[in-house]
Design a protein around this ligand. Structure first.
Ligand code: NI
Ligand code: MN
Length: 216
């Protein structure tokens, strides 16, 4: 069964597969490039890569609406204390939430609480990687050992994350079949050249506009 992935702008991604909706880093209300308002999106679970505001965004809106929080242990404790359904985990672990397997990966970046992470979301026959905010890290090679990634979302905006040259190497290391660049052009500070990305990745590159979808 295929998976439909919709880039909502910045690092926000909605995955639909196996009858479930998995939302990652739901920064919509304050996002100048958001493709949707929170009220237009439904989610069974929300995966949070870290607690920077350009990732947390409308998280509590979705938790109030019944989505399960999935994230690093320390943040899961915080959201559970607020009364929300929360599944905590840590890097290297895999859990199953509402029938979807979620593997937590290392990301090289900072946060206020807990560690910054990425996720491999394992649908029944598709594996999707969301790298979170990260610099290039050798850990991405590990992913190719254990997963067969059909689609990856990699940051390319530079300054706070990888830029295009690093993301091109990350794409090769993680072994993804297709790569959608994210975390760029939201603000002038993180402008990126998608043509350069396309040149380096060739047919693997999938350049979307915010709101754009790809089915894998
Ligand atoms: Ni960040
Ligand atoms: Mn960020």
């Amino acid at each position: 069964m295929s998976v439909k992935a919709r880039w909502l702008g910045h690092a926000a991604v909605l995955l639909e597969g196996d009858g479930r909706k998995v939302l990652i880093d739901p920064f919509l209300s304050g996002n100048p490039k958001a493709a949707a308002r929170p009220e237009e999106i439904e989610a069974d679970m929300v995966l949070l890569t870290h607690d920077h505001e350009d990732h947390v965004g409308d998280l509590e809106y979705f938790l109030k609406a019944g989505a399960v929080f999935v994230g690093i242990h320390e943040l899961a404790v915080d959201y559970a204390e607020k009364g929300y359904a929360a599944e905590g985990m840590n890097i290297g672990g895999t859990i199953e939430v509402r029938g979807i397997k979620i593997h937590m990966t290392h990301a090289l970046h900072t946060s206020r609480v807990g560690h910054v992470v990425g996720f491999v979301i394992e649908f029944s026959d598709r594996q999707i990687y969301h790298a979170g905010d990260t610099g290039l890290t050798m850990d991405m090679k590990i992913l190719a050992e254990f997963f067969s990634i059909d689609l990856a979302f990699l940051p390319i905006g530079d300054r706070y994350t990888m830029g295009v040259p690093s993301a091109a190497v990350a794409a090769a290391w993680c072994g993804a079949q297709k790569v959608v660049p994210i975390h760029y052009n939201t603000w002038p500070l993180i402008e990126a050249d998608t043509e350069e990305f396309r040149k380096r990745l060739g047919e693997k590159a999938v350049i979307l506009e915010p709101g754009g979808t790809i089915e894998v």
